[in-house]
Structure formats: structure tokens, C-alpha cells
Design a protein around this ligand. Sequence first.
Ligand code: TRP
Length: 455
Amino acid sequence: MAEQASIHGLWRSRWLFILAATGSAVGLGNIWKFPYITGENGGGAFVLVYLACICLIGIPVMIGEVVMGRMGRQSPINTMKALIKDNGGNPAWVGIGWMGALAGFLILSFYSVIAGWALYYVFQMMSGEFAATTAEHAGEVFGGLLGDPGTLMTWHTVFMILTIAVVARGVTKGLETAISILMPALFVLLIIMMGYAMASDGFAQGLEFLFSPDFSKLSWNSVVVALGHAFFTLSLGMGAIMAYGAYLPSGHSIGKTVVTIAVLDTVVALAAGMAIFPIVFSNGLEPGAGPGLLFQTLPIAFGNMPGGILFGTLFFILVSFAAWSSSISLAEPVMAWLVESKGLNRFKAGVLVGLIAWVLGIGTVLSFNEWAEIKLFDKTFFDTLDYLTANIMLPLGGLLIALFVAWVMRQDDVKAALEVENETLYKAWTVTVKFLAPLAIVFVFLNGLGVFAFG
Ligand code: TRP
């Protein structure tokens, strides 16, 4: 296929692509979701399965997404159309693009609500609300927030406006400097928190919980959640990385680039776990506390450490930024498509996308209070969206991407675009996307549905 040009601009270097993709990957998934689902799914064994999913499925699929994006150089929907045409595939494969666009809306809608919690906590921290706080008080503040739809709506609205303000200007502009300073800052702060956790009584117990696997605690549902989270945390399966790949300049090994992103993402998630679980155990809290875990634990630490107001405020600012650089990538696939195919300018497209996701987000806001008792299969509106996107739509998208790149695309084109540096690693990747990753995803799905009923 002839080299295409992107109408949306290119990252100025491979390093900026790494920053932007890491900005997309590192977000609430690492700092908020990973610790609480690890807590809910029993710790070590879950972490091990999650790491296996990152290495054996996440990284290979991510390579596939980037290479498809870079060859198509358009929004995922139009990239799929171009690749199908060029390789003579069945037109139905464009479904990868459409399903991704839908998943992007659904995730963005609840992501913005949770990111709103982080924004709210910036101001709570600053006000000194958590000075010398107890676990009980931290729990009350969080409970108070969830019970108050007005406050939740306010911060959801603020966050959505921030997201749209960036995508409306184009992701390759403006974002670059912000990410290159804030990502390292977040990491430094996590290290400081780990240092604090290390000095607490619960440190050994926290580490043991995270790293010593007890497989008797692992159910097939936990494996489905681990697989789903591997996709969620790497931003895979819905075209976000494909859209970013479309702006990646040629001339570099895609494999190396992807491995760098996955390693950074994993390190941040593990660091967050190592900062949070010692505090959980030092204060006799419940590791399976659910979505409030981050917000009920770290304020205790900040409230009781020297300089806690400063560090706490800074921490939630950086979490908000991490969420910001992620939410942008959720909107980008649809944005790019609206610009390419519907002739909208980025501003109009941004307002449209933001408005739809904002309205959908109201359902998540209410699921924590007014609608808390309205359940479908034992799940609230938020739980349903979270499960449907992370555990079903993203792995399904990833499965289709692996199959497309390995079975539909001409392999010599793919190989050239990957700019392979190591023949053995290339062969390993081919075998993985052809067989291993698709079979593993299908196997986990079927077990999750109880088809084989293996426990
Ligand atoms: N990876 C981000 C996080 O961990 C969330 C995210 C951004 C995402 N873009 C995505 C998840 C695309 C799935 C698909 O917070």
C-alpha cells in the first residue's frame, strides 16, 4: 500500500507519540481501577493473570493497532475501509471501527464522572478537610460526594469541557508539552507515596497481598476482568491507539515503541497498588471496598503526613491530568471520523461528541445515588457500562484487530510497516496475533460465560 498522509497532523517525533500514547494509557485505569479490582479479585493471582494478559495479548494487539493506524493514516473507521479495500477483505471488518466509536462514547461518559471525583478531591485536599483524618472520616467524605448528584454533575461537566477543549484544537497540538512534564511528575509523586507506604505497618501485608498469588481466590470471572483490564489500561480494542498510530511518523520500530508504552503503563499501575494497599492494611480497611478505594485510602495518608496538604493537592491534580490525557484519546477516533467524513470542523465535532457523552454520563452520576437500586443482572447503570465496555467490547475489538492484521492483511506489507529489527521477535509476534492471542481471548470469554464450566 502506498504511503498515506494524515490530514490531522503528525506527532513531531516518535518520542512524542510515546508520550501521547502513554498519556492515553496511564490514567484512572492505573491509579483508580487497577487497585480496586485487584482488591475485589483477591490480589496476587489476579495481578499475575493481568500481567500475563498484558504481555501475551495486550502488547501484540497494540502492535497490530499501531501498524494498522500508521498504514491507514485516518480515523479508525476510514482506516479500516482503506485497509479492507487494499487487502480485498470483507466490508464487514469496518465493524471494528464502528464498535470502537461506540465503546469510546460509553467509556468517555463514565470516565468523565470518575475524573470529576478526582477534580473534587483537589479542592477537598486544598481546603485541609483531611487534616489528621481517620478512615471513618475519609469514608464519610467519599460517601457524601456519591450521595450528591449536583456536585457529581458539576465536576463531570467541568471535566467534559476540559476534554473537549483539547480535542477541538487537535491532539497533536498543545498536548505535547503538558504530557511531557506532567507524566514524570505524577510518577515522582507516586514514588513519594510508596515511600510513605513503606514506612507504614501494613507495608509487608500490602506487598504480600499484591505479589503472592493464591490461585484458590481466582474465579473465571476474575480472569475475564483481568483480560478486560489489560485492554482498558492500554487503551486497546476501540481504535484510540489506531487513531494515534495514524499520526506516527515513519522510520522507527513499532515493536520497541509499543513495549516502552506497556512497560510505563504497568509500572504506574503497580506503583499505585504499592502505595494504596499498605494504607488499606495499616488502617484495617477492606481491600475489596470497590470504586471508592483510592478516594478512601490516600486521603488518610495525606492527612497524616508532613506536607500532606501540598502533596495531596498535587497528587489529585496529577491524577486529573492523567485522566485528561486519557479521555482525549477516547474522543479522538470519532472526532477524526466526523472531520474526515462529515465535513465538520474540529470545534463542531468536539461539541457534538462532548454533548452526547455528557448526557450519557448523567446515567453514571445517578447510578451512585437516585438510581442505586435500579439494577440489571445485579449491576447498576455504571457497573453495566463498565462491564460491557471493558470486559466485552474491548476484548472483542482486540480479537478482531488481531485476526484482521494477521489473516486479512498482506504480511509483507505489515512486516515492512513494522520496520522489523529482529526477525525472531517478528516471528513470535506473528504467531501470537495469528493464534495465541485470539485463542486465549475466545477461551477466556467462553469460560467467563460458563460454557466449559471449569469452576
Ligand atoms: N487507558 C486509560 C486508563 O487506563 C483509559 C482509556 C483511554 C481507554 N483511552 C482508552 C480505555 C481507549 C479503553 C480504550 O485510564
